[in-house]
Design a protein around this ligand. Sequence first.
Ligand code: GLN
Length: 453
Amino acid sequence: IAAVDGADPSEGVHAFLHVNAEEALATAAAVDADRAAGVAMPRMAGVPIAVKDVVVTQGMPSTAGSRILEGWIPPYDATVTRKIREARMPILGKTNMDEFAMGSSTEHSGYGPTRNPWDLERIPGGSGGGSAAALAAFEAPLAVGSDTGGSIRQPASVTATVGVKPTYGGVSRFGAIALASSLDQLGPCGRTVLDTALLHEVMGGHDVMDATSLDEPVPAVVEAALAGAAMDLTGVRVGVVKEISGEDGGFQDGVKQRFEESLDRLRAMGAETVEVSCPSFEYALAAYYVILPSEASSNLAKFDSVRFGMRVEKETIEKTMLATRAEGFGDEVKRRIILGTYALSAGYYDAYYGSAQKVRTLVQRDFDAAFAQCDVLVSPTTPTTPFKIGERIDDPLAMYLNDVATIPANLAGIPGMSLPAGLAPEDGLPTGFQILAPAHEDARLYKVGAALE
Ligand code: GLN
């Protein structure tokens, strides 16, 4: 990896910010030795994995893509990191991402962009572009991602890989550097639905270190993926969400075509498809871009030059804090801190944050009504195939619009998957198919996804 990827950020895919070669090789060698000696070991032992840099890893740099955390080596492991180590999976390194997971293209990383292995001129999605690109470039078979508004599913879509955002609380967030705590969810990324299920099983489960962790067993995702591979969907009701399925414009022709073809395939396997309407989705994007900056502005207050990472020394502590934050944070992070601070300020709180929370409830009600009629809901994951690096960097609104189909799931806390839907005929680039299920029903994603794959 270091030779093809990590050496020079201006060349190649640049999926990794840090390559953990020595430790990964040592873990692999220990697994080999124990296997030769007949020692029993976990099912995923020896399978290498890449970890998004938002997840802390003891002894390895963890920057969340930000210069403000450059050089910080966490003294502890995230729960997910601990579980990966206990599963004896060699950690290949830390993957690039938009700074603090704010973005849809990985161009907002403080360490230079990641490129899409399908076309190096194009974005690999974001914020978890590094994890998705590592999979698509065959630099890792599995990766950890985080999804606050689509950062697992959207990169999966534009790199033709698989990504799952579990039910909120299904995977511990302890040790995941927080963006927006009510929306954040760690999840598995892979090249196939079954691989992704196997990682989901490793990552998931109750954790006393995370107050929002669900106290229930990991859903039977591996069994569901195996069942789905039989390609029989008799009795499964699939709802096509009108508002995010391309009827209202902004969706590329090839994306719509591949989506329709996937629906045909679901019907051929016995599924019944119905159209459902979720009228509040029209306001979901706007609500998200109030709630997320509000929570982020609060979460990022801890980067104060005293506790972690970078410090730009000035005459007084106030000046030191200001200078550190001015230098350490990138433009997109500053934009969102300003937006969030404004939305939470006295006199504006009800008008902005309060209204956004009401929309959030309406989105949840739309999902409840839709799931009363269907087992899963589907849409294209992203409106377009990957765009060119630089194309939307100066237009935040165009960047935010990318998330129109992925954000509702985060607002409602429900699970979602993106899997490849084929290349768009007009540009030969990946399109993605999104599947959503009710909270706690993550297994349904894997059954339908494995059937479709
Ligand atoms: N594009 C979304 C944003 O910029 C994705 C966030 C995420 O899922 N981490 O907020």
